[in-house]
Design a protein. Structure first.
Length: 193
């Protein structure tokens, strides 16, 4: 995929959501992914049910409060988001990752972004198909540039759950999961990752 296609299909929708992509600027040594966190690793959590008044607006407010209080944003309001490789949308990447056979989607990659003054992560961002499946149905992972904070947003049957983990690179639970993955003997494992 060429630069123009990526600009048109991915960067423009993210810009409309208030995220300016800074290409090829992920810091060296960034954790490839985070999983395996347990309740003791969580330093902040927000849960909103779908029937919450001003649902998307409240999600945006709480995401920003969590991002600021946990230290996700640096002084330039920059951070990393985990995006599908290429121009696969969030749902297309999930579909390919979950299929039992055939070609699979490339693993998602960290991308550096800057939060613009006019942003809407939970509405226009989720509707971009890269940070969710539609407005009010976000699904994303974000990390501070120094890997000191990890924020995960998940949509479930009853609402949206945001959680922040401090220092995932120091969490015994996360490190055990990464070590397990590194030694996982499975043909579906991404050995390069």
């Amino acid at each position: 995929m060429g630069t123009r296609e990526r600009e048109r299909k991915m960067y423009r929708p993210l810009r409309r959501a208030g995220l300016e992509v800074i290409p090829n600027a992920v810091p060296d040594g960034t954790m490839p992914f985070v999983f395996g966190g347990r309740p003791e690793d969580i330093v902040g959590r927000v849960l909103h049910r779908y029937e919450t008044p001003r649902f998307v607006e409240r999600l945006n407010e709480d995401w920003y409060d969590l991002a600021v209080s946990s230290g996700l944003l640096d002084h330039r309001r920059e951070f990393l988001i985990l995006l599908p490789h290429g121009t696969h949308t969030h749902q297309a990447a999930l579909d390919q990752l979950n299929q039992p056979y055939g070609p699979r989607a490339a693993p998602p990659v960290w991308t550096r972004v800057r939060l613009l003054d006019s942003w809407d992560i939970m509405g226009r961002g989720a509707a971009s198909a890269f940070l969710g499946v539609r407005a009010g149905r976000p699904e994303f992972s974000m990390m501070a540039l120094d890997s000191s904070v990890y924020i995960r947003c998940l949509t479930n049957e009853s609402g949206v759950n945001l959680s922040a983990m401090a220092h995932p690179d120091c969490s015994e639970n996360v490190l055990q999961q990464l070590e397990w993955y590194a030694h996982w003997d499975n043909p579906r494992a991404d050995m390069e990752l």
